[in-house]
Ligand binder design. Structure first.
Ligand code: ADP
Ligand code: ZN
Length: 757
């Protein structure tokens, strides 16, 4: 365990107020008052602590508590103290933390997620207390302003420059920013302060504020207006209940849910909008800013340091009315939450795979329920889970029938690679290459989609057949040509591309097999070189080239300003973007997502490809989508070409229902891993021997996981497949408690798995 949740806190000084309970304890002759405290560690449950005399604590109070030699931030938990440690041995709480207490619904969410995922509650609490620095006294950031009467004309050059900046922008400045803006050294600012030319003031917090006038809301179409009114009413009424808001990309779903957000804010409540991490683009955040007059608080893994602390605190103190965030935003300490929106609810990025394996969409529904507020699930291609909940009458549904304004749906065609294969060493078939040429000729933009980073997914020796494998994983090494390396996409192992084959020693025999985005870019550079003087302008968009939100914004601007002709991208470009001049989308390998036989392969493929296709023709120009496939008769391709979502969904639902698969049955994966293969096998066999038996469920496996070795760990999988009536958690808890596995083996449980690797 890393020390991430350790805080340095000074004990409270001064006299904390004495509440009635404390006073009573005193009168009873000093009997120790004890409370359960949940610590952010993977412990079985809360520990008891003594409450120093006179301290006022209640469930949710954030405290510093000693554990071993460490001081941890924890929360006084609800429920009874455990009571087994005698009073004399009980350690006292060290400090009350100067942060708003955790709310009852958030404590219940922590318990719920822990129960659902079979995780220790402290491991879940850790996500809710993920910013220890925010629990301490807010640090006051010192800024400077001009002293009255500061006049550049009377000052030497460096000081005059500072005074000029302050005359132009008379606001509190951080000293470093001011020095940079004036082009002077930090010492100048310091000296001016000491000379009384600058005055120290507190800088405002970085939380969000709503000073600017919000932009005018759009004039909604009748269908949009009706949906918006329904959602506004639900927010105004309060009370729990989830609504699916669906409709094709561009139908105005975002505009509609922004209305519901506006209603929550108008009522003094907070709104949380969850997005898959990759969709947190500058464009999306800009829409919130335009609609509400101020940027929303943004929360995802990249938000760090002081901003993370300030945002956490702004949320906790109710100063952040709107939070737009990735899945971890679900555990933020909202005191007045009034609405949760889950945009792109079908996205698998909402499922956390490491540590506490929770699904943020599902747990968002839980949080909304516990808080007694409405939830909105938004998607052009809803998950079957959500659609099944609509069928069962658990969720309401609002449907937007068509694209907004004049934009029609793009025309989707399958390119049969059997009939028109690409040339040797190429990956664009003649029909796709032709369409690219034609589109570029009209001055419009093209997006080629291939969900694979790097140059080639496999490198082999033409002479001896040697394949480059990861030494730590059951995976091939992917060539990344720009950095001249072979990389494992699972563990990060990287090695230089050798001159000679390490197996047979021959030189010049190594051959790339298959395409990644780098290779498609190379092909395009060559094939469309004549498009303009200096060559076709290509933007390669993948996590290798785009670093962070700023990088993404940079690309977005280049594309909007037509400094780019051709975009070649991975899943990163599939959503959240709106490029008005993009009219052709080519899917290089539409079959890619169907391989592997995963339960949701077809559903997910359909969702991703539909989403990518939705990037085409969003403005006045009609769009076109070409899907390169070896199997045009596959139901996914047929559904994409016909646009008949309903029929595809009905067929998929039929198959799932017949097989008892989710959403009509329940699954839990048990993943065993160990550094030695026999240990993994032994642990898996032990689980098999103790496996429960019953009518309403089956246990499949053990079998080697598709990624049989990952980061040097040998992996075996078992799968519990149960009817919906089965209490999966109880069954698993009982099973695991009865099983002894070798110490060197590790057992992970994944309830409602989305990955089967
Ligand atoms: P979705 O979320 O369904 O993909 P959006 O809300 O992003 O759809 O709408 C697609 C585009 O159409 C956006 O640029 C949006 O601003 C615009 N739009 C949608 N509805 C309206 C409207 N009623 N008035 C003006 N513009 C609209
Ligand atoms: Zn690896």
């Amino acid at each position: 365990m890393r020390g991430g949740s350790q805080v340095k806190v000074a004990p409270m000084d001064g006299d904390p107020t004495i509440d009635a309970q404390g006073a009573k304890a005193k009168r009873q002759g000093g009997a120790t008052r004890r409370v359960p405290v949940l610590l952010p560690l993977p412990l079985a449950g809360p520990y008891d602590y003594a409450v120093p005399e006179g301290w006022e604590v209640r469930p949710g109070t954030l405290v510093a508590a000693p554990l071993g030699g460490r001081m941890l931030a924890g929360a006084v938990w609800h429920g009874e103290a455990e009571g087994s440690v005698p009073d004399a041995k009980l350690r006292p709480l060290a400090a009350l933390l100067p942060a708003p207490p955790m709310t009852e619904p958030l404590m219940r969410l922590v318990d719920w997620v822990a129960h659902w995922t079979l995780s220790p509650p402290g491991a879940v609490l850790r996500m809710a207390l993920s910013v220890p620095a925010a629990l301490a006294e807010p640090r006051i950031r010192a800024g400077v302003v001009a002293a009255p009467g500061l006049d550049p004309a009377t000052l030497p050059k460096a000081r005059a420059k500072v005074a000029e900046v302050l005359a132009e922008a008379p606001v509190p400045w951080a000293p470093g920013d001011l020095a940079r803006a004036a082009g002077v050294g930090a010492g100048v600012i310091k000296a001016m302060r000491e000379a009384g030319l600058l005055l120290s003031v507190a800088l405002p917090d970085r939380g969000t504020s709503f000073e600017a006038e919000p932009g005018p809301p759009p004039v909604l179409s009748p269908a949009q207006a009706e949906a918006a009114a329904t959602l506004r009413a639900a927010v105004a009424r309060g009370g729990s209940g989830a609504t699916l808001l669906d409709g094709v990309t561009g139908s105005g779903k975002t505009e509609v849910y922004l209305e519901a957000v506006a209603e929550a804010v108008a009522r003094g409540r907070q709104a949380l909008v969850l997005l898959p991490e990759i969709a947190l683009s500058a464009q999306v955040i800009e829409r919130f800013r335009a609609r509400f007059g101020a940027a929303p608080a943004v929360w995802h893994s990249e938000v760090g340091g002081a901003r993370r602390r300030d945002t956490w605190r702004a949320v906790a103190e109710g100063r952040a009315p709107i939070v737009v965030g990735a899945r971890s935003a679900l555990f933020l300490p909202f005191p007045a939450l009034g609405l949760i929106v889950v945009d792109e609810e079908h996205e698998t990025a909402f499922k956390q795979e490491d540590g506490v394996a929770y699904h943020a969409r599902d747990m968002a529904l839980v949080r909304a329920h516990l808080t007694d507020i409405p939830a909105i699930l938004v998607s052009a291609t809803p998950s079957l889970e959500t659609l099944a909940n609509v069928e069962r009458g658990r969720h309401a549904r609002l449907h937007l029938p068509e694209r907004h304004g004049s934009a029609g749906m793009p025309h989707v065609e399958a390119v049969d690679l059997r009939a028109t294969p690409p040339g040797r060493g190429q990956f664009l078939s003649p029909p796709l290459a032709e369409a690219v040429t034609e589109t570029l000729g009209k001055g419009e933009q093209v997006l080629l989609f291939l969900n694979r980073r790097g140059y080639a997914p496999l490198t082999l020796c033409r002479s001896c057949g040697h394949r480059f494998q990861c030494p730590n994983c059951t995976a091939w090494l992917v060539e990344h040509r720009y950095v001249k390396r072979l990389e494992c996409h699972h563990c990060g192992h990287a090695e230089p591309v050798p001159e000679a084959c390490p197996e047979c020693g021959k030189e010049g025999t190594l051959t790339p097999v298959g395409p990644g985005v780098e290779r498609v870019a190379a092909e395009c550079r060559e094939r469309f070189a004549d498009h303009r003087e200096g060559g076709v302008r290509i933007a390669e968009m993948s996590s290798d080239t785009i670093h962070g939100a700023q990088g993404a914004a940079h690309y977005a601007r280049m594309i909007e300003e037509r400094e780019v002709d051709l975009i070649i991208g991975t899943q990163l470009v599939a959503k959240g973007w709106h490029f008005p001049h993009l009219t052709l989308v080519g899917v290089v390998d539409a079959d890619l997502g169907l391989a592997g036989g995963d339960l949701r392969a077809a559903e997910r493929s359909f969702q991703v490809l539909h989403q990518v296709g939705g990037r085409a023709g969003r403005a006045e120009h009609p769009g076109r989508v070409l899907l390169q496939t070896w199997a045009p008769e596959h139901p996914v391709m047929r559904a994409l070409v016909s646009g008949d979502i309903e029929r595809f969904v009905a067929e998929e639902m039929g198959e799932r229902r017949a097989g008892g698969w989710p959403p009509f049955g329940r699954l839990a994966a048990i993943i065993v891993s160990a550094p030695e293969m026999p240990v993994a096998d032994e642990a898996a066999a032990a689980l098999r021997r103790t496996a429960p038996e019953g009518e309403a469920f089956r246990i499949l496996g053990p079998a080697p996981a598709p990624l049989a070795i990952l980061r040097g760990q040998h992996r075996r999988r078992l799968l519990l497949k149960a009817a919906r009536s089965v209490d999966v958690q109880a069954l698993l808890e009982d099973w695991l408690s009865r099983t002894e596995v070798p110490r060197a083996a590790r057992v992970d449980v994944d309830v409602d798995p989305v990955s089967f690797l």
